[in-house]
Design a binder for this molecule. Sequence first.
Ligand code: BGP
Length: 484
Amino acid sequence: MTTTRTFPEGFLWGGAIAANQAEGAWNVAGKGISTADTAMNKKNISKSDYKKQNAVSSEQLAAALEDQSTVNYPKRRGIDFYHRYPEDLALMGEMGIKTLRTSIAWTRIFPNGNETQPNEEGLLFYDRLLDEMIKNGIEPLVTLSHYEMPMYLVDHYGGWTSREVVDIFVRFTTTVFNRYKDKVKYWITFNEIDGIVRHPFTNGGIVPDRFENVEQAVYQALHHQFIASAYAVKLCHEIIPDAQIGCMLTSLLHYPHTCNPLDVLAAHKNNQFNLFFTDVQVRGTYPGYIERYFREQGITIEKAEGDSDLLKEYTADFISFSYYNSFVASADSEGLETVSGNTMGGVKNPYLPVSDWGWQIDPIGLRLALNHLYSRYQVPLFIVENGLGAYDNVEEDGTISDPYRIEYLRSHIEQMHEALLDGVEIMGYTVWGIIDLISYSSSEMEKRYGLIHVDQDNDGNGTLERRRKESFFWYQNLISNNGL
Ligand code: BGP
């Protein structure tokens, strides 16, 4: 084990949030309603509906659109980052982070998506937000699409299944590149683009009961996102020549349950499928194994003339990814203990502890993921999400002690450093949920990732006061020593 843990000069230590989980203010300043604004608090919906939460039904959506109550729809209120960002960014500046990853809510700029003129008030908000980041010494890292899209496009176009949405997205992208070209030099196209397979509604605006063959719809929508992502790369390079733009993947590293070749093959297939998305976005073509899958499933993707050239020419500058846990694959999982608590499931790994939400904690998996990605693609990598969702306790004196979070972050950063020593090129590391926010999967508040605490419960009660956790000071110290 090495003991010197310095990181390269200029390493981007940071934090990450997303507009839909933090901003709130869902219906102010001309903002349109987005898919995220329809996500209910897990506690307020029945168990069977919860399972379908990320694959909502038409009725659920209609009810959400009618319901103006903000209690059941936590992403509508977020943590009020929309109004409190000056205070939050000052705290993050104090923590010393070099970069903050956030996203732009499409519905603030184009409320329905298909307008020809942007909403100036929405643009002004991001002007102020980005200026404030820069004022605090924080480099903006902006995701163009993080788990949301205008509801109007879902209802009138079928979400990303429509090719027209590519042009609509290109208009949004062109608008924000032109507007923020002097402020933002790091961009990400689609958050966890692979998620569309697991969460068609969240990632693709696909309401399953409106499609005869949902899988076909999903892959068609994904193709449109690949194309939109390639256009974003092209436009970014044209409009902001000194910027870099990356794709974004959920790292879902699978180990074989045993050395039985069948288990090894099962793990290999899962890992290969996980890399299908970066194969297209970085290598620029659909790989053979996915073409085979499409053939076997009878899936046909409609491609326009020039699509293949576009994918080939405008590949991502870097790969960003989220890493939370690893998985175990088995050819025959009958009778084996499985993991609950995440949408991926899989066989339980007896060697790994789990989080309060049942996610398997595996720092070495991060080193492996970094090595795998780098040896396959040889492009810079950026860890843009890593962190621990846990219950936190505020002591009577207002302090919050979270050694479990510190240990999670410390051990992952240690393994990231091992990967650097292995020769992997890493641009930066942003802690997911640098400030407590609404959980994506459960829409709850109590699953906290933050190094800054926010006083709010699942039902939206609380003062919204911000407090520094013990991990805040730990990370501050780590950054000031560049990871030493
Ligand atoms: C990623 C998403 C984030 C975030 C994180 C944690 O998949 O990109 O938006 O929320 O996971 O997940 P959760 O909030 O469900 O714990």
